[in-house]
Design a protein around this ligand. Structure first.
Ligand SMILES: Nc1ncnc2c1ncn2[C@@H]1O[C@H](COP(=O)(O)OP(=O)(O)OP(=O)(O)O)[C@@H](O)[C@H]1O
Ligand SMILES: [Mg+2]
Length: 311
């Protein structure tokens, strides 16, 4: 039975979901990819970035026109300014994802020696070169959690990507999408080795476009809730749907958390013969607040930041 997902990216087989690819302007993204652009996709925490990237990876691989690989560079966060450690963590992630995504044996073989220890400062560049050269189709690399990288590691990743740009698509990924919370162009990165501030824009000036993922619209909130009605027959009153919209403003994680609490945790909510009412939604809201769910604190912390307050 499907449910409202509140942990990690959505999987439309198991979770109620809005088709992730309908959440951004797919034709614009495909246009940028066909122009072999490198670009940034940024959106707030818990807004569906990873869900969208994974869906895009599947879509591109199924298209027969591209080979796409999703990687998450969060593991390199602990390396901080240790460039060598950070780059190796990223190459490990590339190898792991290739194995997971069922590439054939030949590809598995080439990734085994993706990492040449003599090349530490250009190891990522050479790994991506080998991957692109091996791929019979243009390679689209989706890099998630780019914000997790800091300092010299981030600078090195951006530079190694930039230095391969002019050899794409035969010898380097045709498209690289960087995904994170902020626009890499706004970054001011402190380099320990160079003892200066480097801006993200100068280290990665081949980005074409920034695309933003917003909150769900009122219509989308309704559509998501009605997935539950379709699955179980349990109805929402109009007031309940309004309450979910009013209490969440469509923030994707919050919508799911509130709907999950209402339909799957409240005793009345679990009784599929009873309609979901606005008072149940309000009770569920109280429960979430009392439990101080993780992401609530994160979202509240964001509100305290000066630049967010101004908005
Ligand atoms: N297409 C969707 N349909 C329904 N719910 C969604 C969808 N996309 C995201 N969500 C909700 O948002 C939550 C976060 O999704 P996801 O992990 O993809 O976001 P994220 O922006 O990558 O988060 P983070 O900033 O933590 O990396 C999910 O747990 C789910 O509750
Ligand atoms: Mg994510």
């Amino acid at each position: 039975m499907k449910y409202f997902n509140t942990a990690g990216p959505v999987n439309c087989k198991d979770h109620y979901c809005l088709p992730p690819l309908s959440r951004f302007n797919l034709s614009e993204i495909l246009g940028l990819i066909s122009q072999k652009k490198y670009f940034v996709l940024h959106a707030p925490r818990q807004s569906g970035k990873t869900s969208c990237l994974l869906a895009l990876e599947n879509y591109l691989n199924a298209s027969g026109s591209y080979k796409s690989l999703y990687i998450n560079v969060e593991a390199a966060q602990v390396a901080r300014n240790n460039v060598e450690k950070g780059i190796f963590a990223i190459i490990n992630e590339i190898q792991r994802r290739i194995e997971l995504s069922g590439y054939d044996d030949d590809s598995q073989r080439i990734v085994k020696d993706l990492c040449d220890p003599t090349l530490s400062l250009s190891a990522l560049n050479s790994a991506l070169t080998r991957l692109a050269e091996f791929s019979p189709l243009p390679l689209v690399l989706l890099i998630d959690e780019i914000d997790a990288l800091v300092g010299d590691t981030l600078i090195s990743v951006l530079r190694q990507i930039r230095s391969g740009y002019d050899t794409r698509p035969d010898h380097f990924p045709s498209t690289v999408i960087l995904c994170g919370v902020r626009d890499v162009r706004d970054y001011r990165i402190h380099s320990d080795t160079e003892q200066m501030i480097i801006t993200g824009g100068s280290a990665f000036n081949v980005k074409a476009e920034s695309l933003r993922l917003g909150n769900f619209s009122e219509e989308e909130v309704r559509t998501l809730c009605l997935e539950h009605t379709k699955e179980t027959g349990q109805v929402f009153t109009a007031e309940a749907l309004n309450a979910i919209w009013n209490l969440t403003s469509g923030q994707p994680w919050l919508v799911n958390a509130l709907a999950y609490e209402t339909c799957f945790k409240l005793e009345h909510g679990k009784n599929l013969d009873l309609p979901i009412t606005d008072s149940m939604v309000e009770q569920a809201e109280d429960n979430l607040i009392i439990r101080r769910e993780t992401h609530l604190d994160q979202l509240a912390d964001k509100l305290k930041e000066e630049r967010v307050r101004r908005v």
